[in-house]
Ligand binder design. Structure first.
Ligand SMILES: NC(=O)c1ccc[n+]([C@@H]2O[C@H](COP(=O)([O-])OP(=O)(O)OC[C@H]3O[C@@H](n4cnc5c(N)ncnc54)[C@H](O)[C@@H]3O)[C@@H](O)[C@H]2O)c1
Ligand SMILES: [Zn+2]
Ligand SMILES: [Zn+2]
Length: 364
């Protein structure tokens, strides 16, 4: 029997988040229903609401979630009812050309539920990143569920489901930060601070946090930044010069853009050492364009990479990072700025914009 629960949707471009009844179908082959415990508010949810991802409204928002498997469909073997899981939006297929060439973190054919959740009038919902977890229950593919240690606080480990994993992985996987490397991170929200944490875990020497909000820089220092640059009064060249001044005049080995705008990407491009690495983990919107002298692309060398979900493998990384958290070696709980109700998401977007929170987490 389909189940009706409350969910938070974005009905049309720019419209405020709306609480409404949504209908969850019985899980089909390989699908499961998960009772959501917690779901973080990520900047990507805001991008969805503003139409910055695509126009497939209405969206069921929310995708940084932990919960318990409550109903399983036919053929489900990966999880059982009662399992404590973190939801992931890149359930690797094992069979596409990326998977076959042993680069499954790029998987081009990731699994989602094929049935649709709907509004009560039958309108199909587009779940954010194939998850849609600002709801009491959601429908996902069984492979989107990664079992982790149930001793962990859902509000903290649920964040591994998106932004925090993306940031940690941007440093450790995409940036391939090595012990002693210098790393600069532009934009110190949840994703950028997680990149600071990832750089520290990987043994970086100098970790430079850059933001135009002084509150964010103070927090980044708590997470392990060794130096900070307040970019509020600086132009692009000023930011580059400040990074060079902190790295022997050369620039950082790895620069991570956790904002995702042309100007921050250019700062990253020029603020790295020759043959250094740029990692773009912030998500640009479709109208953004980049103009850069091709001679500089050639002349500065190195690698220019994007980080989809921190190039993570959920089945490998979520349980491992949960254990590091439980051992006190990964400060996941420090990313939880506040725990809120499902009717406070719009207010959480405002706090995100004003820089007052790293993560507001909806408790369900
Ligand atoms: N690649 C991925 O898989 C992935 C996953 C999750 C989120 N993201 C993206 O990462 C980005 C950051 O997400 P978040 O949740 O941390 O957002 P956030 O809003 O919490 O943080 C953004 C930070 O950037 C700072 N900032 C904005 N403009 C700046 C500028 N010009 N110079 C310096 N700092 C600036 C803000 O002050 C803020 O601290 C978003 O674009 C989000 O969509 C990507
Ligand atoms: Zn694949
Ligand atoms: Zn996200």
């Amino acid at each position: 029997m389909p189940i009706t629960v409350q969910g938070a949707i974005a009905r049309s471009k720019g419209a405020p988040v709306e609480l409404t009844d949504i209908v969850i179908p019985d899980p089909g082959y390989g699908e499961v229903v998960v009772d959501i415990d917690s779901c973080g508010v990520c900047h990507t949810d805001f991008h969805y609401k503003e139409g910055g991802i695509n126009d497939e409204f209405p969206f069921l928002l929310g995708h940084e979630a932990a919960g318990r498997v409550s109903i399983i469909g036919e053929g489900v073997t990966h999880v059982a009812v009662g399992d404590f899981v973190v939801l992931n939006w890149r359930a690797v297929c094992g069979d596409c050309r990326a998977c076959k060439r042993a680069e499954p973190w790029y998987c081009f054919n990731t699994f989602n539920a094929t049935q649709k959740m709907t509004l009560v009038d039958g309108t199909e919902l587009s779940p954010a990143l194939g998850i849609g977890a600002f709801a009491e229950k959601t429908l996902v593919h069984e492979r989107q569920c990664t079992k982790v240690n149930p001793d962990a606080d859902p509000a903290a480990v649920g964040l591994l489901g998106c932004g925090i994993m993306a940031g940690i992985g941007a440093a450790m996987n995409t940036g391939n930060v090595k012990p002693g490397n210098s790393v600069a991170v532009i934009g110190c929200g949840g994703v950028g601070d997680a990149a600071v944490v990832g750089a520290k875990l990987a043994g970086a020497g100098t970790i430079i946090a850059i933001d135009r909000d002084a509150k964010k820089l103070a927090k980044a220092t708590e997470f392990g930044a060794t130096h900070t640059i307040d970019s509020a009064g600086l132009d692009e060249d000023g930011v580059v010069a400040a990074v060079q001044a902190l790295t022997g005049g050369f620039g950082a080995d790895v620069v991570i853009d956790a904002v995702g705008r042309p100007e921050t990407w250019r700062q990253a491009f020029y603020a790295r050492d020759l043959a250094g690495t740029v990692v773009l983990v912030g998500v640009p919107t479709p109208e953004m364009m980049l103009e850069i002298p091709l001679a500089d692309v050639f002349g500065r060398g190195g690698s220019l990479k994007s980080s989809w979900y921190g190039d993570c493998l959920p089945e490998r990384d979520f349980p491992m990072l949960t254990e590091l958290f439980l051992q006190g070696r990964l400060p996941l709980a420090d990313f939880v700025s506040e725990r809120i109700r499902i009717d406070e998401i719009e207010a959480a977007f405002a706090k995100m914009a004003s820089g007052d929170v790293l993560r507001s987490v909806v408790m369900l």
